[in-house]
Every structure is written in C-alpha cells, then in structure tokens.
Design a protein around this ligand. Structure first.
Ligand code: SF4
Length: 279
C-alpha cells in the first residue's frame, strides 16, 4: 500500500521504546522496503538518545534509511524548553501540546507504522485501530480494528490523502511484548533495566508521581524545566498577562501536583486562565 499509494517505502516510527523495537523487527523480517524515523522530543533521557543512535548505525549498515525529525513550531525550530515560554503554560495531562509538536511531526504524506497498543491506554482502545487515516478533523478519521471485510473495502476504495497509520501490535498485551523481546533476543532501551515501565520524555505529565523518581535520576532535566518556567513567567509578565504564579518554584510545585501553596491555581482556575489567554 505504501509503495502504490505514496510511491515510497513504509516508515517505522521509532520512539526508542519496547513497542517500537518489535515494530522494527517484524517489518525487517517481512522483507518489505522500509525506513525508520525518530521524532526528537528534546526531553528524552540520554539512554534513549544513545539507544536510537546505536540502532540507526546498525540499520544504516544494512542499507535502511534512518532519519531524526527535529521539532518545529510555526516555522521555528523548538525544544521542550523553548516551547514552554512560547505557549505560556507548562504541558499538563489535559493540555499535551508538546506531544503534538515534538512527537507527531514526522511522517506527513507517508504511510507509517507505530507501536501503539490498546493495553497502554483505555482511550487508545476506543480511538485507535489497526489501520487509521490521520486528519485534524476527528469526524473524518477512519479507524479500523481487525474486521477483514471492512478493511478490504477501505483498502480498495479509500481515496483520502495524507498520513496513513498501521498499528500492527495494537492488540498485543504487555506479556506478548516481553515474551517476543525475550524469545527473539531484541535489544531494548536500557531504561527498562533501570526500572522504568515506559520510555518517554523526562517529566512527562502523563507519568504522574513517577516524575519524582525521574528528576532524582536526571536532575539536569529538573533544572531545565525550572529555567523554562522562569522564562515563561518573564514572557507572561512582559505581555501584561495576569498570573498567580510568582516564581519558577511555584510553577514547578503546581505542575508536580503537590499540595496547593499560596497563590497556586487549581486545575479549574488554570483551564479558565487558558481560555482567557489562549495562544
Ligand atoms: S512530555 Fe509526554 S505528552 Fe509531552 S511530548 Fe513528551 S511524551 Fe508527549
């Protein structure tokens, strides 16, 4: 499908996690032409960067094209640390602008493979399937589970343009993933050996209280967030916007969902503040 619809090979998106390791392997074994892309989030642990580099070196030796996609926002190269002052609020569980900008940049106009799995999230079970078309209008999105008749019809008739996504391990359980990794002796990100269950940005709001462990292991990332929060407050004050945060520490405490401190916003206050100061 990738060759006939796009005239170019399938793209395996590699986040550096265990699910991507499996996707790389099953595509490699299938013998079809493919490329690998990694979206640089700029907030991944050093172990992830080294692991990706090492894999890319091996793949390129085998003639597989590998590419790192750098994040851009409104035509400007960004990082997690420059994005926070631009957006004027830190990423939260409900406002994950960072994923859209830092993680989903690559693969435009291509057929891509991802390692998303239903077992990772209930929400994904409801809105992700084996085959998807990617569109900003959710009402136009097509998601297929493993109904063969339905899939056949779409594959033959679909004329939509844009990114198409295949999620070949969408129904794999965690046990399936680890069994495959062990039986096929796939090298995985060393973060798993350090006790991490998931590989993602250090300080990701989706990681909840695990972030305390992450910042204890990677204190420079905590400093980077602090600096970004300080710059964000400068931007807010210079633009004449109102905020109850006084210091970068206030923002950090709120963001880490500690007990409320004086002047801290509740999530409801924050949503209202965002509505008033939407970028
Ligand atoms: S911090 Fe979390 S939500 Fe943001 S880009 Fe990284 S993984 Fe996605």
């Amino acid at each position: 499908m990738s060759l006939s619809l796009y005239g170019s090979p399938l793209v395996v998106t590699d986040s550096g996690g265990k699910d991507s390791a499996i996707c790389r392997e099953i595509v490699r074994r299938s013998g079809i032409p493919y490329e690998v892309q990694h979206n640089l989030t700029t907030a991944d642990a050093p172990q992830t960067i080294y692991y990706i580099r090492e894999n890319f070196k091996h793949l390129e030796r085998e003639g597989i094209s590998c590419q790192v996609n750098y994040p851009f926002y409104k035509g400007q190269r960004v990082s997690m640390w420059t994005l926070i002052p631009i957006k004027k609020f830190p990423p939260t569980r409900m406002q994950r602008y960072c994923c859209q900008i830092l993680k989903e940049t690559g693969g435009q106009g291509r057929f891509i493979i991802t390692g998303v799995r239903w077992a990772e999230s209930v929400k994904r079970k409801n809105n992700r399937g084996i085959y998807e078309t990617f569109t900003s209008d959710p009402s136009k999105k097509i998601v297929l589970n493993n109904d063969n008749d339905e899939r056949r019809q779409l594959f033959e008739n679909c004329t939509l343009k844009g990114k198409r996504i295949c999620n070949p391990i969408v129904d794999w359980k965690d046990r399936d993933v680890w069994e495959y990794i062990q039986s096929e002796r796939l090298p995985v990100n060393p973060l798993y050996e350090m006790g991490f269950f998931r590989v993602g940005c250090i300080g990701c709001p989706m990681a909840g209280k695990i972030r305390w462990k992450e910042f204890a292991l990677f204190p420079t990332y905590r400093h980077a967030y602090m600096r970004a929060f300080g710059k964000m407050l400068d931007v807010i004050h210079n633009s004449g916007l109102k905020t109850r945060w006084k210091t970068a520490e206030d923002v950090f405490s709120w963001w880490m969902e500690e007990e409320q401190v004086e002047g801290q916003m509740s999530l409801t206050d924050f949503e209202e503040w965002r509505m008033e100061n939407a970028d």
